[in-house]
Design a protein around this ligand. Structure first.
Ligand SMILES: Nc1nc2c(ncn2[C@@H]2O[C@H](COP(=O)(O)OP(=O)(O)OP(=O)(O)O)[C@@H](O)[C@H]2O)c(=O)[nH]1
Length: 310
């Protein structure tokens, strides 16, 4: 499946809410765009977890372009799509590769967000591009996490650096980058233990891990990816701001987008934090990761609404 059909399948739940509800606004021949209509659209957009600012920006745009006119569904959808694309615009390349030497990617997030799965997916993607990969098992608290990552490394043909339980994760990060340098490995992906954004000591630890990577290879980490569970909707936005402060996040991997009707949170993250969504997780297999492309995301989100009226 190409990106479009995969993301369309992944966005089924969000799309269902959005498309059915918007279509329902147009039961008769066209609809007058007045305050009542705008209020109804506001409610629908809000339910997809787009957040206050994005919802207001979209409603305002519809008002500005169409207020006082009787229009068809397509015209409203066109305005929504154009504005959404504008709100989410971001650089095309998901990963900022190092100019030379290994590219170092640090991965963080709350417990159960989908970090390990996302690391496996990223490793799989890099391997399919012919890149060599080393994983750093930085979750030294949980033996199971190390085990799981080791299984993925074997399966995907990646190297792995592990350390005895209780080793400081910054040490594992440092050693992983050292190995990448020594063995001329293209990409080092450093796992970190899950933590809550309210645990200030653990958040400070992220700053230390980051510093250790920079010490092992100045200029690294090249990417610090925060894995967010899309099903948490707006909660993800507050998580992201804390992680961004502590770890200097460069982008988001939005996991579990397939399991939620809250896919609109993508818009909110971009708007409120300025952080690009770099990848989306669309299932549990190591192949279920897609680089995020805002234009295709928007087209996929609204594809059913137009198909139904075609
Ligand atoms: N449907 C779906 N499930 C996912 C996705 N990503 C991860 N999962 C599932 O979410 C659960 C948690 O994923 P993990 O990768 O173990 O999460 P983690 O953040 O590493 O967890 P901790 O190490 O406990 O902090 C697992 O059951 C995964 O299979 C996704 O994109 N879609």
């Amino acid at each position: 499946m190409g990106f479009f059909s995969r993301i369309k399948a992944g966005l089924k739940k969000t799309g269902a809410v959005l498309n059915t509800d918007i279509r329902d606004l147009f039961k008769s021949e066209g609809r007058l765009i007045d305050e009542e209509f705008l209020e109804e659209v506001r409610g629908i957009l809000f339910r997809t977890d787009m957040g206050y600012d994005s919802t207001e920006a979209l409603v305002e745009e519809i008002g500005k372009k169409l207020r006082g006119r009787v229009v068809q569904l397509e015209e409203v959808v066109d305005v929504l799509k154009a504005k959404l694309k504008e709100l989410m615009h971001q650089p095309a390349s998901p990963i900022e590769y190092a100019a030379s030497g290994p590219t170092v990617v640090m991965v963080c997030g709350v417990n159960g967000a989908g970090k390990t799965t996302s690391i496996a997916k990223l490793a799989s993607q890099f391997r399919s591009e012919g890149k060599s990969v080393v994983l750093g098992a930085g979750d030294t608290f949980r033996a199971a996490a190390v085990q799981q990552l080791t299984i993925w490394a074997d399966r995907l043909g990646a190297s792995i650096v592990t350390a005895p339980s209780g080793t400081h994760p910054a040490t594992v990060g440092y050693q992983t980058v050292e190995k990448a340098l020594a063995d001329k490995i293209d990409v080092a992906i450093i796992d970190t233990a899950g933590r809550l954004q309210t645990q200030s000591d653990l958040m400070a630890e992220l700053t230390k891990i980051r510093a250790a990577l920079a010490k092992a290879l100045p200029g690294s980490p090249h990417e610090v990816l925060l894995v967010l569970d899309a099903t948490t909707g707006q909660n993800g936005v507050s998580q992201a701001s804390k992680f961004a402060d502590a770890a200097g996040c460069t982008g988001i991997v939005l996991a579990k987008l397939d399991g939620t009707a809250k896919g609109g949170v993508v818009v909110s993250i971009r708007q409120q934090l300025g952080l690009p969504v770099k990848y989306v997780g669309l299932g549990e297999s190591h192949e279920d990761l897609a680089p995020f492309n805002p234009d295709e995301f928007v087209d996929a989100l609204f594809s059913d609404v137009l198909a139904a009226t075609a």
